[in-house]
Design a protein around this ligand. Sequence first.
Ligand code: NBP
Length: 490
Amino acid sequence: MSTPTGDIALIGLAVMGQNLILNMNDHGFNVVAYNRTTAKVDEFLANEAKGTRVQGAHSIEEMVSKLKTPRRVMMLVKAGQAVDDFIEQLIPHLSAGDIIIDGGNSLYGDTERRVKYCESKGLLFIGTGVSGGEEGARRGPSIMPGGSFKAWDAVKDIFQGVSAKVDNGVPCCDWVGYGGAGHYVKMIHNGIEYGDMQLICEAYNIMKSGLGMSADEMHEVFAEWNQGELDSFLVEITRDILGFKDVDGSPLVDRILDTAGQKGTGKWTVIDSANLAQPVSLIAEAVFSRCVSSMKDERVKAARKLKGPNPLMAVAKNPTAKKAFIADIKSALYASKIVSYSQGYMLLRTAAVEYKWKLNYGGIALMWRGGCIIRSRFLGKIKEAYDTNPKLANLLLDDYFRGEIKNSQKGWRNVVAAAARKGIPVPAFSTALAFFDQYRSASLPANLLQAQRDYFGAHTYERTDKPRGEFFHTNWTGRGGNVSSSTYNA
Ligand code: NBP
């Protein structure tokens, strides 16, 4: 048998797998390609991979036999059972110290389990987020690896080599942490992506419904926004989408049905935020907004029966006032985005404590700065904030972001108020503002809430005139007993 020459094997020849293989090949790595449906291996070798050094394999055994040791096998397949099935198929062919890598969008809890399982078999396991879609995989994605730390040295050159680079060559890839940490960070990335997309859609909707603007006019606005602090991949593609014409020359965006799909990572972020008691309200609104959008038939029926104000705003007719209002929309988008990232980082910090990960928050911002869907200039500022103060309790308290919110606040409030008056839904702008106002409130109406809980369920309360940790119960009606409920938070 000839000496193995493969640096890494990649299972899964769909859009991500094929492009990542070609990217690895460009960087000098010898990749062995395999797919469940093996006909795709032959198609790939005969077409996209023609003329490269990529090798094909038609069975797991053949694939493994072509790899140098320690063997590195990466999967880019549908998350879930397919990953577990491949692990089972791989185990009999691998030896101690070999590395299995899952680059799909797996749930972090599954990755935690797989790390432990593979380590119990003497193998190493990495669960890594790979973001950037087709273009990222081909030209340089953001890569967020976690799992068995012992495997990092053996994959670092490949991962950092093929990843996106920022600031003259800094890779958007670094070790995240043990167990499911890499996939967790990717999940938060996707949740934030949901939030960013929803915020942009709300800005678009106010311009369209409230100001009566055409796709071409909005194309100009997004082009301008992309020059400043909102400079980001998602604002850039929104600019291009709004300028894109259908075959008859009209904007294609106006012909696209308003029902959004989702594949789960936003929902997982929200579920975990609820489990960890972290108010990630903006991502939650983004997930629920997709749910409402998908109720198209019901909405069409409701639109005939439930009437609200005419959405067209008076400022739409006055060019100076319109321009000023567009600037306010930009402020609302920017301030809400700051809140969304603050909430995402709150969840990351709590998860790090709960799941015992040592996360580098500035490093995470750096990984997201290039290659991935939420890449932006803004993330450079987040990195600076955490580099200056790695223990920063909340991004909103950082001097730079505090200043930015201060400057944006008037416009932000104006937009939320105007949208409410005109019946234009802005769930993400409004929840961001509500959170901001709650977070900066030294006192909230939860005193009344505690009284209500104690009234009907004897759940007890603490008093402002007594030390924290002392709990009281009042017999509010004179009919209740003196027994109180236990005090705990679920
Ligand atoms: P898909 O998510 O569409 O998965 C296609 C691959 O999964 C094919 O190789 C297919 O094999 C294999 N597969 C399926 Br489907 N069911 C299988 C099963 N039961 N057993 C074994 N193999 C199975 O591909 P993708 O869009 O390239 O994404 C790959 C991974 O990367 C996913 O986890 C995805 O969530 C993640 N991701 C995707 C993107 C993106 O923009 N598309 C971005 C970032 C991350 P077959 O050819 O035999 O059907």
